[in-house]
Design a protein around this ligand. Structure first.
Ligand code: 9MR
Length: 352
C-alpha cells in the first residue's frame, strides 16, 4: 500500500519531535526562521524588553512603522495618552490617539508602557485656566485616573502614574497638583490607578534620576515611604534623557540596584543620548559607548525590567525642537539607518 507502516510513522513522529525540541533549545525561533535577531529577541533572552516610544503623526510613515513593529516588544505613546489628548474638555474623553497606538502594538504582539496620568505639562486649558479648591481638584484627578486607567485596563503592561514630581534639589516640584493637594496626591494617584487596573504595574517616572544624587534620593525616600504605607507602587522609571556634553551617569547601576533592593522594578523609560551638532564619528562612537553601558547596567540589575528609547530614529526625535543645535540622539539616523549606537546595544545584549 502507499501508506507508511505504523511503526515507521511512529519513528517519523519521534524524529520530528526531536527536531522541534532541538530547534527550540539550540536556537531561538528567530534563528529558526533565518531572520536576524531583533533588539526585542535579544532582550528577551535576558528576560527584558526593548521598547520604543512612538507618536500618532508618524504612523503614516510605512518604512518607520515597519521597523517599529519589528524591532521592539514594548511601545510607549509619546503624547497620545496625556491629559490634553485624553480629556480635552472636562468629563469628555477622547481615546483616538491612545487607542491607535495600543491597537498597532497589539497587532505587532507588543506590550504597552502607558504614559502618563499625572503631570504638570501638556494639561488642557480647562484645567490650568482657573482656580480649584483641593476637593474640586482631587475629584477632577480621581475621575481622570479612574476613567483613563479603566479604559486601558488589561491592555497595558504599566502606567507612568506620576511624571516628574521632583525638582533637581529633591524638593517637590511646585505643580498644580502639589500646590493644591500637597504631597499626598502621589499616593492617592497610585491607589486610584490600582483600583482601576489591579494588574498594571504602577510607576513614578522622572528625568535626571539616573545617577545617585538629590533628585534620585528623593525618589528613594518617597518609594521607601510609600512601600512602608503599602501604597501600590511597582517601579521607578528613569527617563535617561542623556547628553554627551554633561557626562555619563556612572552611578546608574548602583542606583538601579538600590531601588531593586527596595523591592521595586526599574526601567529606563525614555532613553536618548543627544549631542551638540554637527555629528562626528567621535561623538557617534562615544554615544555608542553610552548606549552600551546603559544597556549593560540594566542587564546587571535583576529588577531592571527593560529599556525604552524615546522613539528610535532621529527623524522623529523631540530633541532638535527643544534643544536647538543639538540632536542625533537615537540609535537610528534620519534615514532609518542603524548607527553605531544600535550595534553597541546589540553587543551589550549579547547579539552579533
Ligand atoms: O516626546 C514628547 C514631545 O512630542 C512633546 O512635545 C513633549 C512636550 O513636553 O513631551 C515629550 O515627551 C516628554 C515625556 O512625556 C516626559 N519626559 C520628557 C519627554 C520629552 O520632553
Amino acid at each position: 500500500s502507499r501508506t507508511m507502516p505504523r511503526n515507521r510513522l511512529r519513528l517519523v513522529g519521534a524524529l520530528a519531535a526531536i527536531l522541534v525540541a532541538a530547534g527550540l533549545t539550540a536556537g531561538t525561533p528567530a534563528q529558526a526562521h533565518d531572520r536576524p535577531a531583533t533588539l526585542a529577541d535579544l532582550a528577551q533572552r535576558h528576560g527584558r524588553y526593548f521598547g520604543s516610544a512612538t507618536d500618532n503623526p508618524e504612523l503614516t510613515d510605512t518604512a518607520y512603522t515597519s521597523l517599529l513593529g519589528g524591532e521592539f516588544d514594548m511601545i510607549t505613546p509619546g503624547n497620545g495618552m496625556k491629559w490634553y489628548a485624553t480629556e480635552p474638555q472636562q468629563g469628555v474623553f477622547d481615546w483616538t490617539n491612545g487607542d491607535q497606538i495600543v491597537n498597532l502594538a497589539r497587532k505587532n504582539h507588543q506590550r504597552v508602557r502607558a504614559h502618563t496620568l499625572v503631570w504638570h505639562s501638556q494639561l488642557p486649558d480647562w484645567l490650568t485656566g482657573r482656580e480649584w479648591t483641593a476637593d474640586e481638584l482631587r475629584a477632577v484627578l480621581k475621575n481622570h485616573i479612574l476613567t483613563e486607567v479603566r479604559h486601558y485596563r488589561g491592555k497595558v503592561y504599566s502606567w507612568d502614574v506620576v511624571n516628574e514630581a521632583f525638582n533637581e534639589d529633591g524638593t517637590y516640584r511646585d505643580t498644580i497638583w502639589y500646590k493644591t493637594l500637597g504631597p499626598g496626591y502621589i499616593a492617592d494617584a497610585l491607589r486610584w490607578a490600582h483600583q482601576a487596573d489591579p494588574h498594571a504595574k504602577l510607576y513614578l517616572n522622572d528625568y535626571n534620576i539616573e545617577a545617585v544624587g538629590p533628585k534620585s534620593d528623593a525618589y528613594y525616600q518617597l518609594a521607601q515611604d510609600l512601600k512602608a504605607r503599602h501604597v501600590p507602587l511597582d517601579g521607578i522609571g528613569l527617563q535617561a534623557h542623556l547628553a554627551l556634553q554633561y557626562g555619563y551617569p556612572t552611578t546608574l547601576e548602583d542606583n538601579l540596584r538600590r531601588f531593586s533592593k527596595l523591592g521595586l522594578d526599574t526601567a529606563l523609560t525614555e532613553v536618548d543620548v543627544r549631542m551638540i551638532l554637527p555629528v562626528t564619528d567621535e561623538k557617534l562612537a562615544q554615544q555608542a559607548d553610552w548606549y552600551r553601558d546603559l544597556t549593560s547596567a540594566c542587564l546587571a540589575v535583576r529588577r531592571c525590567v527593560g529599556i525604552t528609547v524615546w522613539d528610535y530614529t532621529d527623524k522623529y526625535s523631540w530633541i532638535p525642537a527643544f534643544f536647538p543645535g543639538e540632536g542625533a540622539a537615537l540609535p537610528w539616523d534620519e534615514q532609518l539607518q542603524p548607527k553605531p549606537a544600535y550595534f553597541a546595544i546589540r553587543e551589550a545584549l549579547g547579539g552579533k
